[in-house]
Design a protein around this ligand. Structure first.
Ligand code: HMG
Length: 390
């Protein structure tokens, strides 16, 4: 039985900042952000979008009534959880009107959470082939104004339905993974911005990649020439390229060209959204599938997941017949086209808006937020969510 990605979609908030303008405001050369980091636009979440609403809006992109009835497991990968106790999955389950006979949990290991969710989902489907699992990766990446991580922020979510006989990509079973207790990036529970040792995090990302890649080759007997494309966790789009360059010469010339061209396609969406932590690798996969014209059914795609702290994994999937018919290319193009640019001053203001933490009541102005699901305010320490279609 094949198990894999049956549906995949993403959502990003409607506002963004132009990285050229951010560079000017921060007194650095724009090319540092657009070439050195490789980012064009950075998605900004208004106060009316949090990790729960981003995830629920992403899921709305892909779910139909059959999915709503068959999904019996919701796995929410995030590192910007809104509650230390209750999972974001339970809110999403309610907002989407899913079958009540379901398990709903949150998974955390930095940007690796959604990958852990996929692997768990595979096990669930192997035991329950009729089921479907909703895997979400949703985050708001915050380092702070005027910090060195600022240019690598972003906001958004990816939603995937994992099922038997998937229409888009069947996941293969060979996988290589690694854990090491390191402090490259972390966020203590009292802080709403991340702490990071930037250079060390870059080194560890590459070290984990080369380690799991070697392990994967030994386990699978495959080599780089067996791949059409490799998607990377993309904290910024230059990062994956640095990792790819460490192994690219293992491939013949034609494969090298193909991998580099497909790398470009796999970065288009991320370049215009920024880091969305748990969803970043899967946003890159959506970008590849929707933007590459070279890919064919039967192609093997490699996926490198990295979550600081740190866990890394390399695994693979095979594109299924007519997979293009099941993508959300048009809806995603519309989402990009309908976004609004905001000025650096507006971004700084939005960045500093926070929800009350003293139990007071707040009502947020959502008139400018076109999203179907949004956060309307706070009451009695409870988030007030609205689904406009209910
Ligand atoms: P920085 O100090 O601002 O930048 O930190 P830099 O001085 O290293 O420059 C960046 C690049 O721009 C360099 O290229 C420069 O040469 C180039 P490189 O040598 O690296 O190839 N550059 C220029 N290029 C063209 N024209 C110019 C120009 N000027 C400079 N004029 C850093 C950058 C990414 C470290 C910082 O933004 C940061 O700390 N970001 C957050 C951490 C991060 O993203 N780490 C990535 C790996 S860890 C990870 O992926 C996990 C994560 O997603 C979290 C999770 O798992 O939950 C972060």
């Amino acid at each position: 039985m094949k198990i894999g990605i049956d549906k995949i979609g993403f959502f990003a908030p409607h506002m963004y900042v132009d990285m050229n303008k951010l560079a000017v405001a921060r007194n650095v050369e724009p090319e540092k952000f657009t070439i050195g980091i490789g980012q064009e636009k950075m998605a900004i979440a208004p106060i009316t979008q949090d990790p729960v609403t981003l995830a629920a809006n992403a899921a709305l992109m892909i779910l139909d009534e059959t999915d709503r009835g068959k999904i019996d497991f919701v796995i929410f990968g995030t590192e910007s959880g809104i509650d230390n106790s209750k999972s974001g999955a339970v809110y999403v389950h309610h907002l989407l009107g899913l079958n009540p006979n379901a398990r709903s949990i949150e998974v955390k290991q930095a940007c690796y959470g959604a990958t852990a969710g996929i692997q768990m989902a595979k096990g669930h489907i192997a035991l329950n082939p009729e089921s479907r699992v909703l895997v979400l990766g949703s985050d708001i990446a915050r380092y702070g104004l005027n910090t060195s991580g600022e240019s690598t922020q972003g906001a958004g979510a990816v939603a995937m339905v994992i099922s038997a006989e998937p229409k888009i990509m069947a996941l293969e079973n060979k996988s290589a993974y690694l854990t090491a207790d390191i402090m490259d990036f972390w966020r203590p529970v009292y802080s709403d911005t991340a702490f990071v040792d930037g250079k060390f995090s870059n080194e560890q990302y590459i070290h984990f990649f080369t380690t799991v890649w070697e392990q994967y080759k030994n386990k699978s007997g495959l080599e780089l020439n067996n791949f059409e494309a490799i998607c990377f966790h993309l904290p910024y789009t230059k990062m994956g390229l640095k990792a790819l360059r460490t192994v690219i010469e293992e491939a013949d010339e034609a494969t090298q060209e193909k991998l580099l061209a497909n790398y470009q396609s796999s970065t288009t969406y991320n370049r215009n959204i920024g880091n969305i932590y748990t969803g970043s690798l899967y946003l890159s996969l959506v970008s590849l599938l929707e933007q590459s014209e070279q890919l064919k059914e039967g192609s093997r795609i490699g996926l490198y997941s990295y979550g600081s702290g740190a866990v890394g994994e390399f695994f693979t999937g095979i594109l299924q017949p007519n997979y293009r018919d099941y993508l959300q290319t048009k809806s995603h193009a519309e989402l990009f086209a309908s976004r609004t640019e905001i000025s650096i001053e507006e971004y700084e203001e939005v960045f500093q808006q926070t929800i009350p933490v003293d139990g007071s009541t707040a009502t947020f102005d959502a008139t400018k937020d076109p999203a179907t699901i949004y956060l309307a305010g706070m009451k009695d320490n409870m988030r007030q969510y609205v689904n406009k279609t209910h």
